[in-house]
Design a protein around this ligand. Structure first.
Ligand SMILES: [Cu+2]
Length: 364
């Protein structure tokens, strides 16, 4: 009897928890209401089955409890009950699968007028590329990738010169028009996921995968990696800002094109060495993990870094000088500061970039 009551209480508690819990889906910010509907249908089907099975179990536990004067009867077959179970199960499974197929058909059919945006994943950060005024993304190849060209842009492709490269921690997109997100990985499996968009897709090395959506609600949302991709997986984050077309265009205009990034490198002109270093830090995405105002982040803050005495993971101490900074940039895991995870990827900078970055670090 006690067991039967516990079972009933468990069911009632689960149902109450579902309706009273504050943890539910975040407000949707895209056109994918279908995905929410599919989730709801699955939830209802599973919920009904969960309640029915547990109540049935509680009933059986009570009804067929042990009694001295009663023996169990052996009944190996019950045709009628098997029919009922088969029919119910079939209807339930169809109710869960059919809407999914319907939504999937829409999910893979990208509208013709969708704008292209590319997200590039690597251990453990995101970067983004827009096609520029011509609407065409330039070709890329892994052979072109280096510290100067992290996207692997083909320098001889005229379509790529005006591509806008965002190596920072944010992607901006305009509200109201469909976006086709192209996904490319530089190393291992990743997964581009923004919970408010309700859409996600794996990044597979050697393939360009995609999905599409129409942003509908302005805001700043977390971009997550939803595929375990190594020790720094949890830090592989970014933000998606959805805003009005005009604000989006104003932001996009502040981002460098591929031609800009190459010109800066070649000329090395404009601004002090420290200012050039600030640009290197921005273009390499360093500020995604290191704050410059002393606030805590994934990695140690850069504020007051030069000359600071750091305690390393092995208990020894080191005074931060140029040599230590250089080592920490090119071989980050050689000396890890105590309290931080060993997750920074090595950066290959050329001599000029390294000198500029160190001048910038020393200036903070
Ligand atoms: Cu990842």
């Amino acid at each position: 009897m006690a067991l039967a009551i516990i079972l009933v209480l468990l069911v009632v508690g689960s149902v109450l928890f579902h309706f009273l819990s504050p943890w539910y889906l975040t407000p949707i910010a895209s056109n994918w209401n279908y995905i929410d509907d599919t989730l709801t249908i699955t939830f209802i089907v599973c919920g009904i089955v969960f309640v029915a099975i547990n109540f049935f179990m509680a009933y059986c536990v009570y009804r067929y409890r042990y009694r001295k004067d009663r023996r169990a009867a052996y009944e190996p077959e019950n045709k009628r009950m098997e029919w009922w179970l088969t029919v119910f199960t079939t209807v339930g499974v169809i109710a869960m699968l059919a809407p999914g197929l319907f939504v999937w058909a829409k999910y893979v059919e990208v509208p013709d007028n969708a704008r292209l945006v590319e997200a590039v994943g690597q251990q453990w950060k995101w970067s983004y590329r827009y096609p520029g005024a011509d609407g065409i993304l330039g070709t890329v190849d892994i052979r072109h990738m280096d510290g100067r060209n992290p996207f692997g842009m083909n320098p001889d492709d005229p379509n790529g010169q005006d591509d806008v490269l965002v190596n920072g921690p944010e992607i901006h997109l305009p509200l109201g028009s469909p976006i086709k997100m192209l996904l490319r990985s530089k190393d291992v499996l990743h997964d581009f996921y923004v919970p408010q968009i309700r859409a996600k897709m794996d990044l597979v090395p050697g393939m360009i995968t995609y999905f599409w959506f129409t942003p509908t609600r302005a805001g700043r949302y977390d971009v997550l990696c939803a595929e375990l991709c190594g020790t720094g997986h949890y830090t592989m984050r970014s933000h998606m800002v959805l805003e009005e077309e005009s604000a989006f265009n104003a932001w996009l205009a502040t981002q460098p094109t591929f031609a800009d990034t190459q010109a800066v490198k070649v000329a090395s002109a404009g601004g002090s060495l420290a200012e050039q270093g600030r640009q290197v830090a921005e273009s390499q995405g360093c500020i995604g993990c290191h704050s410059i105002d002393g606030s805590p982040s994934v990695g140690p803050t850069w504020k007051g870094l030069a000359g600071r005495t750091e305690t390393l993971a092995d208990g020894s101490t080191v005074v931060v000088d140029d040599e230590y900074l250089m080592e920490s940039i090119s071989v980050p895991n050689a000396s890890i500061v105590a309290g931080y995870p060993p997750i920074m990827p090595p950066y290959q900078l050329d001599e000029g970039e390294m000198a500029a970055l160190i001048a910038y670090l020393n200036s903070l």
